[in-house]
Design a protein around this ligand. Structure first.
Ligand SMILES: [Zn+2]
Length: 271
């Protein structure tokens, strides 16, 4: 199995699908975490104001280490942070990347997300779907013969349709791996995001304190998703099984539309 996870920023995939990615990698799948931007604007250090390329290279190195923590690879379309646009150039870049990676399953956010980069990243993926199998579009990169399955990761946005949970992946057995992935994003979770939220002074300075904070974030997110998984969906995918943490997915109508048996093989529900 070949899993591709696509987010706009270097940390976007980690908490939403880090557990699923870790379970796929553990069972021997090829896993790629894609960041559409290089993350070169979301920060506040003075040195990055005049030299954003230093931030970009730091973020790309963090993304590489995060992916490597679970045996995955990291890729980027290298767009500027805050500047994801749906245009022909970026759509073709997305088509080429997906053709090259030949995924069976693609995980990404919905296009109703709060951040413009997230919305337009999702739109780029959706716009790429049909064109993946059209040989004369980007003819220099061979078209896919088989459409992958596209699935959105869980959210609670209600502008547009509320999220519909189609598949649930228990993540109780990969909390450590999910924290390993998250903890590599130092510039995000210990600098930029707390600074942006006005809580930079509260960031732990010792490695143990930082690890505890990431583990808390992983658990909180997993419990939050689990809480929103309808009982019949949990019973359908993990019958009779107790689990406290989860990642959840909605299957997109624009990719392949698999039956339950195929979905149960694609998503790493066991383990
Ligand atoms: Zn983001």
């Amino acid at each position: 199995m070949n899993l591709v996870c696509i987010g706009a920023h270097p940390d976007d995939c980690e908490f939403s699908v880090g557990g699923t990615a870790a379970k796929c990698a553990r069972r021997g799948d090829t896993v790629t975490l894609v960041t559409v931007t290089n993350g070169d604007r979301g920060h506040f250090f003075e040195e990055y104001r005049t030299r954003p390329h230093l931030l970009a290279s730091r973020r790309m190195e963090e993304a590489r280490k995060a992916a490597a923590a679970i045996g995955a690879q990291s890729r980027t379309l290298n767009l500027h942070d805050g500047s994801v646009y749906v245009n022909e150039e970026n759509t073709m870049a997305m088509v080429r990347l997906l053709r090259e990676l030949e995924p069976d399953l693609v995980l990404f956010n919905r296009n109703v997300d709060y951040h413009r980069d997230h919305r337009y990243t999702a739109q780029l993926v959706l716009d790429a779907t049909f064109m993946l199998t059209v040989p004369l579009y980007c003819p220099e990169t061979p078209a896919l013969k088989r459409m992958p399955v596209f699935a959105y990761w869980f959210d609670r946005f209600t502008e547009g349709q509320p999220f519909r949970v189609d598949v649930v992946v228990p993540t109780d057995t990969v909390l450590k791996e999910k924290a390993d992935v998250g903890q590599e994003h130092i510039s995000q979770f210990f600098e930029w995001l707390p600074w942006h939220a006005g809580r930079y002074e509260e960031v732990p300075q010792d490695p143990e304190g930082r690890r505890r904070q990431i583990e808390e974030m992983v658990k909180n997110r997993g419990e939050w998703v689990r809480k929103h998984v309808p009982g019949e969906i949990a019973e359908r995918w993990a019958p009779g099984r107790e689990f406290r943490y989860a990642e959840a997915f909605q299957i997109s109508e624009y990719g392949d539309r698999p039956d339950d048996e195929t979905l149960a093989k694609l998503f790493p529900i066991e383990g």
